[in-house]
Design a protein around this ligand. Sequence first.
Ligand code: CO
Length: 347
Amino acid sequence: MKLVEALEKLSNANGVTGREDEARDLMKEYLKPYVDEVREDKLGNLITFKKGNKDAPTVMLAAHMDEVGLMIKNITKKGFLQFAKIGGIDDRILLAQKVVVHTDKGPLVGVTGSRPPHIQSEAERKKVMEADKLFIDVGARDKKEAEKMGVQVGDVVSFDTKFARLGNSVVFGKAFDDRVGCAMMVETMKRLQKVDCNVYAVGTIQEEVGLRGATIAAFQVAPDVGIVLESTVAGDMPGVKEGEAPAKMGEGPVITVADAGLIAHPKVLRLLMDSAKANKIAYQLETGIRGATDAARIALSREGVPSGIISVPCRYIHSPAAIMDLDDVEKAVKLAVAAIGKVTEYF
Ligand code: CO
């Protein structure tokens, strides 16, 4: 399967934090041909392994399978669904969205409704409609009907976005954070023929609520080096000042120097930058972005694991409609493959 096809299927799949099953099933299927072992741990991380030389270092590649979304917290008497946010979602993008409520009886399409602007006061209209004032309308006449349709407290809700291609090499979709990392991981394992080092390719769970899956996955894998495949904020649009978000779409993968949870290990940083230079892969360096990735937890696992991050610049991240450049994705894969091939020279 081509990289872009895997990305499309992964982006369209549901994997709201805590309910990563659909994304995990795809990852299992896609990784299987390229690894020696596939297993799922007790909490739902997908841990796959490709054997290298016995005494060679062990690399943990990680990409999180979960995505930000919503969770139903109450069904009103009239059948409207009130919800809580899961992960970092900006309230401003929640209004009037088409969503999918994932019930035990199957998916239900709904829309996020609110008090109409026609009856709002001047002051109200100037403010952002807060998430707890919104609700999901699935067309149920009352609570009983909503329940009959399958809705229960705790059901997760994802954005109803279908992956699409725009222009030449640009793609549009939901959950690129971090299904692009998942697709990159599959493609990286596919292209790794014989490598010296031992490689674990791990799809993690519950990253968006505090890097939870990676914490226990890293403990199990006990790697010598950690490389996280991610998406990051592209700041190349109107209203973003120079230096605020330095990554630009179309200018190659981003190598993180530091974020709120990790200072990339100098040796890993060198490994990544040297690999990019040796293979003439354009790359961008990034620091100062709020937020952290699984690398923060992997780095602090056991006695410490030198770790780094390769990410793809992504516009409108954590929204129902993100955009990124396939060219960056391709280069990020090339970089990951090159770096893994050089690990034994550095560790
Ligand atoms: Co992410």
